[in-house]
Ligand binder design. Structure first.
Ligand code: 5GP
Length: 180
């Protein structure tokens, strides 16, 4: 059976909807950053597919970097402390930074990361996120380029995983039975 038609998945946002929205976001990024040579920073691993589509939809010169940060951990939930697992390979002083993330949930990870990047002397730091689970926000995070607002459900696909599975789905889905 194809993973893409797995009956345990309920499609929330179709591949066509995602592609259409990313084309619009890419055009906005291209317009806003024209002549600024922005540095896109993808947050591993979940943002990889959104990032690769968004950067191809933004038809301007730009740079690319990756960071990896620890996701859900007991300490993060209470304190907002986040660990950097993979840092940037370049200095970002004076650069225009666009952080590209898969989903903003509580906002704890992103609020830490955005503050951290600002403290390194970037000229500007903005955020592009494919999904916004706004019901669960604990820390306010301005999303400058947003794909879709979604309800408080655990989603997979288009880079997002459940125990490392489902990242390759071309759509966003809810797992009906996580035990199956
Ligand atoms: P936050 O710090 O905003 O609570 O957490 C953001 C991170 O939690 C995301 O980058 C993602 O790794 C993970 N996350 C939050 N909600 C979901 C979800 O519905 N599905 C998946 N696969 N990951 C999620």
């Amino acid at each position: 059976m194809s993973e893409f038609s797995n009956p345990n998945l309920e499609v929330l946002i179709s591949s066509e909807e995602i592609q259409q929205r990313i084309k619009q976001l890419g055009a906005e990024v291209a317009r806003d950053y024209a002549g600024l040579n922005p540095l896109l920073i993808g947050v591993l691993k979940g943002a990889c597919i959104f990032l690769s589509d968004l950067m191809r939809a933004a038809e301007i010169p730009l740079g690319l970097e990756f960071m990896a940060i620890s996701s859900y951990g007991a300490s993060m939930r209470t304190s907002g402390e986040v660990r950097i697992l993979k840092d940037l390979d370049v200095a970002i002083e004076g650069r225009h930074i666009l952080v590209v993330e898969d989903i903003v949930d509580t906002g704890l990870t992103l609020s830490y990361l955005l503050a951290n990047l600002k403290s390194r002397g970037a000229a500007s730091v903005k955020l592009a996120a494919l999904l916004d689970k706004f019901d669960r926000r604990e820390k306010e995070v301005p999303i400058d380029y947003l794909g879709f607002k979604i309800p408080d459900k655990f989603v997979v696909g288009y880079g997002l995983d459940f125990a490392e599975r489902y990242r390759n789905l071309p759509f966003i889905a809810v797992v009906k039975n996580p035990e199956a």
